[in-house]
Design a protein around this ligand. Structure first.
Ligand SMILES: NC(=O)c1ccc[n+]([C@@H]2O[C@H](COP(=O)([O-])OP(=O)(O)OC[C@H]3O[C@@H](n4cnc5c(N)ncnc54)[C@H](O)[C@@H]3O)[C@@H](O)[C@H]2O)c1
Ligand SMILES: O=C(O)[C@H](O)[C@H](O)COP(=O)(O)O
Length: 369
């Protein structure tokens, strides 16, 4: 079996060794002729899997994406051509939770806020939204969940979009969809942006096109700018450069980029391909991961908000990602966005750090107790 995988897919060679010949290529540069003799294609979100890419893929029987979002894959086309498909639901939800927790603590320091006094709304209460809600509740925040598709399916306790948009902090966790009653393209449009108060904080760690970036820029250039955290951008990898100076934390679509999250993504595809071929699994996810640099800390008392920010930074420094992003943009290097993602340094999840001693509340915040 011949497997073609995105070059940015850790552990793919280790997992498939002895079972398949693995070829890796840059995901944005895949061409139809690269798929001529390929049996299984493993991609990330930057590869559009469509009619054009598959035009010469006569042998292809399996496509997998090591991501949560599937908007880059024409799944209808795969079904019509009898090509099996797998994604990796939830693989990097913990990493997104870590990212938003780090962002919340940074925002709080910047605005001199006590987070426990604030309300956070998640738009989209699925895997990543629920992880973020859990962390915010761990911080003592009041949390609102807005998810009309789940509300329609009968889930209790959800709020409407208008109520959610009135929260102090609004964090978006929806898939990008263009049609239907719950379409999310420009869910945050000019009209909604205009209605927001100047004290509010918006976080986007889902898909760039969910926010109208030009309308946001107009708002930021007016009298009452919002506090923005942006991991994803409309028209990625192109970024509306004028918007960046008006964004408190700006990163290149790396919210989900923990080593554990990427490993879970690759492993989900390994498992799906084993299943597809009726073969037993020979590897375990835990065995793939190296020991973290810092395994435990001893706490004599529960950390306050500032101490918690330091503990988070010990594992994940969101300001480093923000600095690298601004440097890359300022350098004028055309491919800086993809380069930062490709060369992203090893980042462990907060759960790799155990709190010993005063460990109450550690788990709700994502750490190990
Ligand atoms: N920045 C990153 O690195 C990163 C990482 C992981 C996922 N993502 C993106 O985040 C998205 C969400 O991930 P997930 O794992 O939480 O997905 P999920 O499918 O578990 O949850 C998405 C939720 O959004 C809800 N939803 C759909 N339309 C809605 C609307 N109009 N208003 C409110 N809610 C709506 C759905 O009902 C669902 O519960 C993914 O599709 C992916 O695009 C980004
Ligand atoms: O949808 C996802 O899982 C995330 O957006 C993921 O982190 C995207 O990363 P990429 O596939 O672009 O490397």
């Amino acid at each position: 079996m011949k497997v073609l995988a995105d070059e940015n897919m850790p552990f793919v060679r280790e997992l498939f060794a002895g079972r398949a010949e693995v070829i890796t290529r840059p995901g944005r540069a895949l061409q139809p002729e690269h798929l001529r003799d390929i049996d299984a294609l493993l991609v990330r979100s930057i590869t559009r899997v469509d009619e054009a890419l598959l035009s010469e893929a006569g042998r292809l029987r399996f496509v997998g994406t090591a991501t949560i979002g599937c908007d880059h894959v024409d799944t209808g086309l795969l079904a019509r051509r009898g090509i099996a498909f797998a994604s990796a639901p939830g693989c990097n939800k913990v990493a997104v939770g870590d990212y938003v927790l780090a962002a919340l603590l940074r925002v709080a320091a910047h605005k001199n806020w006590t987070l426990a006094d604030k309300t956070l709304a998640v738009i989209g209460a699925g895997n990543t939204g629920s992880e973020v809600a859990r962390r915010a509740e761990g911080l003592g925040m009041r949390v609102l969940r807005c998810d009309p598709p789940l509300a329609n399916a009968g889930m209790p306790g959800l709020v409407g979009y208008d109520q959610a948009l009135a929260a102090d902090i609004v964090s978006f966790h929806v898939p990008i969809t263009h049609q239907g009653p719950y379409a999310t393209h420009h869910l945050l449009n000019e009209e909604r942006i205009d209605r927001l108060g100047g004290h509010q904080v918006l976080i986007n760690a889902c898909r760039g096109d969910v926010w109208n970036n030009r309308a946001l820029l107009a708002r930021q250039q007016g009298g009452r700018p919002l506090t923005l955290v942006m991991d994803v951008w409309e028209h990625e990898p192109a970024v509306l450069a004028e918007l960046v100076p008006h964004v408190l934390i700006a990163t290149p679509h790396i919210a989900g980029y923990s080593l554990e999250g990427k490993a879970r993504g690759t492993f989900a595809l390994y498992r799906a391909l084993c299943n597809h071929g009726g073969q037993p699994e020979r590897h375990s996810l835990a065995a793939l991961l190296p020991a973290p640099a810092v395994r435990s800390v001893h706490l004599n008392r529960a950390p306050d908000q500032a101490q918690l920010e330091r503990l988070v930074r010990l594992v994940y420094d969101i300001e480093r990602d923000d600095r690298n992003f601004r440097r890359g943009l300022a350098s004028g290097e055309p491919g800086f966005f993809d380069r930062l993602r490709k060369e992203y340094p090893e980042r462990r999840e907060l759960g790799s750090l155990q709190w010993c001693g005063a460990s109450a509340g550690a788990q709700a915040l994502g750490f190990k107790a």
